[in-house]
Unconditional design. Structure first.
Length: 221
């Protein structure tokens, strides 16, 4: 290598060092894609944050176009979710997936043992978080003929055993009164539409009566 060639090489290296040294990232690039908090909790939303450059970004499903560093609120959800960030410059594209689990067991709490405990029952979750419970049996195999609305936040419930019910707990009439009570309380909370899950039971008798009572109270099922 001649002295001239050596000097030219040193000049090139010095120029690269002055420009930051080494090659620059070109094209679509994802620096990070995360959620805050890092997991889903019942009835709580989360925020998605995407850091990227070199193209336009979008988050799938349902979110759509996003800007670098923007915080996008999603949820709440009833199960875990997987999102995909796609960054494209029109020619090339890169993507990254983000799986977010639903965690709830740390929020469970024990409640005192109750003589009204039931198993093998059917239940319908209402939009306000309350639960309609009907059918089933006790742990000692006594069949339950009452139905109730349970509020997990207050541990309070309303059932066909309440004084406000005029019929026998085992009758279709009493089941209809439960449906009416559900409808009235749901309407009072601003709920207009619910999903009625029969839990595998046929739609007749007390099951149908609960739905009829809720409809007569103004709910859409």
């Amino acid at each position: 290598m001649t002295l001239r060639t050596a000097l030219l090489s040193l000049l090139v290296l010095a120029t690269l060092a002055a420009c930051g040294g080494g090659p620059q990232v070109e094209g679509p690039f994802i620096a990070s894609f995360r959620a805050e908090p890092g997991h889903l909790s019942p009835a709580e939303p989360i925020e998605l944050i995407a850091e990227f450059s070199g193209g336009s970004g979008r988050i799938e499903p349902e979110v759509g176009a996003v800007q670098p560093g923007a915080r996008v609120r999603v949820g709440p959800f009833a199960s875990g979710m997987t999102y995909r960030l796609v960054v494209s410059d029109g020619v090339r594209s890169v993507e990254r997936e983000l799986g977010i689990s639903l965690q709830y067991r740390h929020r469970l709490q024990s409640i005192p043992a109750s003589a009204a405990a039931r198993v093998d029952h059917s239940a319908a979750v209402l939009p306000d978080g309350k639960v309609l419970i009907f059918g089933g049996r006790s742990p000692t195999f006594t069949g339950w003929t009452t139905s109730e609305v349970f509020d997990p936040t207050t541990l309070a419930s309303a059932s066909t055993a309440e004084k406000s019910f005029t019929g026998s707990g085992s009758t279709v009439d009493a089941a209809k009164q439960v449906g009416t009570l559900v409808g009235e309380r749901a309407k009072g909370a601003g709920v207009e539409t619910v999903v009625f899950d029969r839990g595998g039971f046929k739609y007749h008798g007390r099951v149908a009566a609960i739905a009829d009572g809720a409809r007569e109270a103004g709910l859409t099922l």
